[in-house]
Design a protein around this ligand. Structure first.
Ligand SMILES: C/C=C/C(=O)SCCNC(=O)CCNC(=O)[C@H](O)C(C)(C)COP(=O)(O)OP(=O)(O)OC[C@H]1O[C@@H](n2cnc3c(N)ncnc32)[C@H](O)[C@@H]1OP(=O)(O)O
Ligand SMILES: NC(=O)C1=CN([C@@H]2O[C@H](COP(=O)(O)OP(=O)(O)OC[C@H]3O[C@@H](n4cnc5c(N)ncnc54)[C@H](OP(=O)(O)O)[C@@H]3O)[C@@H](O)[C@H]2O)C=CC1
Length: 447
């Protein structure tokens, strides 16, 4: 039995759930990994010069043992997220420390502590096997997986599963991730695959869509409402392309920050009107490595007021971090919210706290999404209200290049990866819904 037999079963319209359940598992499968004995390979290089193409490998790995509450999924397609960039440049920490810590939790979690880390936090595919105690899913189900892994043995996580002390991001802080032909997930990561999308389209939104939903829409995040002015950094990037769609679909007014006319055009095509090209307008929030320039914050704020008819922003959707955070705090309106989920340009932020406390602003930390939030975000995709922002698709062998593109900000929206799927465009089950939205689905393609 090889993965090819699994692919044949998936591609045959006659395969029944019982047939899937009876398929023997292969001994090994191909997966994108980083290696524990290579975590020092970039010593002395700047972050920019660390090259994911050098650290990622395509390895044959054994199929992991399936535990209670878990599922093995045949991965048709995945996508590159920035967390895989972090893993593959070993910043801010090598992810093997996370695997070691997880491995200490129980006999079963020891499986994750390996000298290789199979990365990737998105997938679209087909359930192959479910472990004891899984009743909601069965072999043959076409699924996507969100990336929240929780144990939920402590009471702490039972109001909001993101607060579980054993909360981890699958494929980043756990092993057996989605950039592979087979993945191991907990069954409470599974969600129905949107039927009008191909495998690679369905795999693209997952992580960023769920994150943007919690960060911007959910009451656990900024709780955006109709009419809010929302400043969105990187508005055509991974997170930003979903934040922009949520703002527009929710009756808010996105102010989209991008770095090229091409990206400005994509935002316009999504329906945004207020757009700032940060490169053309040449904002320099930092005079040097240690000193910010409040005059530049003010120039940026004036530009926002020009675009909004004199209003300041209710919400800033933050993730660039150190480079932009001072400006983000400054331009937020009295009583407004800065909601942050990342620090791409540096995690030691500086801002003038007078503008925070005197104007009663709030900074909210947000991280991924709980199952319910991920489910709601996926439901919006399945209903054709939010669309994938897939621009380019790579083969599994080319994942290093795909991660390099994201690291160097050469990409638009999301970058997809074909795992078992032999070509793009497969897996669409609802042609009618697709036809209704096909232009929006293809908006980011090949630009
Ligand atoms: C979905 C996609 C998401 C993304 O893309 S996010 C972007 C990518 N992710 C990242 O860049 C994050 C990477 N993660 C990290 O950098 C680290 O993960 C953290 C800095 C977040 C945490 O570091 P750590 O070393 O795991 O945690 P500590 O809090 O420093 O814990 C170490 C020891 O310190 C103890 N400790 C924690 N809080 C306190 C406290 N308040 N007072 C005293 N001690 C404390 C702990 O218990 C533990 O102890 P003991 O080593 O003995 O187990
Ligand atoms: N905590 C969580 O749950 C999550 C955290 N993240 C983190 O969020 C960050 C962004 O992820 P994602 O959106 O997928 O990445 P992308 O690279 O796809 O998009 C980010 C965009 O931000 C803009 N940007 C980058 N650097 C700067 C800067 N210095 N100043 C202003 N704008 C900048 C760029 O847009 P442009 O050049 O057009 O301005 C870029 O396209 C990453 O660090 C990632 O790890 C992501 C998902 C979940």
């Amino acid at each position: 039995m090889t993965v090819k037999d699994i692919l044949d079963a998936i591609q045959s319209p006659d395969t029944t759930p019982d047939d899937f359940a009876a398929l023997p598992l292969p001994e090994s499968y191909r997966a994108i990994t980083v290696h524990k004995d290579e975590t020092d390979m970039f010593a002395g290089l700047t972050t920019r010069d660390k090259d994911p193409r050098k650290a990622t490998h395509l390895d044959d790995v054994p199929v992991p043992e399936l535990g209670p509450g878990e599922a093995l999924v045949a991965v048709m397609a995945s996508s590159v997220n920035y967390n895989s960039v972090w893993t593959s440049i070993f910043e801010p920490l090598p992810t093997f420390g996370f695997l070691e810590r997880y491995g200490k939790l129980s006999e079963l979690t020891k499986r994750h502590d390996l000298p290789y880390h199979i990365i990737g936090s998105d997938l679209a595919g087909v359930v192959l096997r479910t472990g004891p105690g899984v009743n909601a899913w069965r072999p043959g189900d076409e699924v996507v997986a969100h990336c929240l892994s929780v144990e939920l043995e402590s009471s702490d996580g039972h109001n909001d599963t993101m607060l579980d002390p054993e909360q981890r991001i699958w494929g980043f802080e756990t092993n057996f991730g989605g950039l592979a032909e087979i993945a191991l997930v907990k069954s409470n990561q599974l969600m129905p695959k949107p039927q009008h999308l191909s495998w690679e389209e369905a795999a693209a939104p997952g992580l960023v869509n769920s994150t943007a939903y919690r960060q911007l829409v959910s009451r656990n995040g900024a709780g955006m409402k109709q009419g809010d002015n929302v400043l969105i950094w990187g508005a055509s990037g991974g997170l930003g392309s979903y934040a922009t769609q949520f703002a527009l679909a929710g009756g808010a007014n996105p102010i989209c920050v991008v770095s090229s006319p091409q990206k400005a055009e994509i935002c316009r095509a999504m329906g945004a009107e207020a757009i700032i090209d940060r490169t053309a307008e040449d904002y320099k929030f930092w005079k040097d490595e240690h000193t910010q320039d409040p005059k530049e914050w003010k120039r940026f704020g004036k530009r926002i007021r020009e675009l909004t008819g004199g209003e300041d922003v209710d919400i800033v959707f933050e993730h660039p971090g150190r480079e932009t955070f001072g400006a983000s705090v400054y331009v937020t309106r009295k009583g407004g919210t800065i909601v942050t989920c990342a620090s791409t340009s540096g995690y030691n932020h500086e801002y003038d706290n007078r503008y925070l406390w005197m104007s009663l602003k709030r900074i909210i930390g947000s991280h991924f999404a709980n199952y319910r939030e991920a489910w709601e975000a996926n439901r919006l995709v399945a209903k054709g209200k939010i669309h994938p922002t897939l621009s380019k698709v790579y083969s599994l062998e080319e994942t290093g290049q795909a991660a390099y593109d994201v690291h160097r900000n050469l990409h638009q929206g999301k970058v997809g990866v074909l795992c078992l799927a032999p070509e793009e465009g497969l897996g669409v089950r609802d042609e009618e819904l697709r036809a209704k939205h096909v232009d929006a689905i293809n908006r980011f393609r090949n630009i």
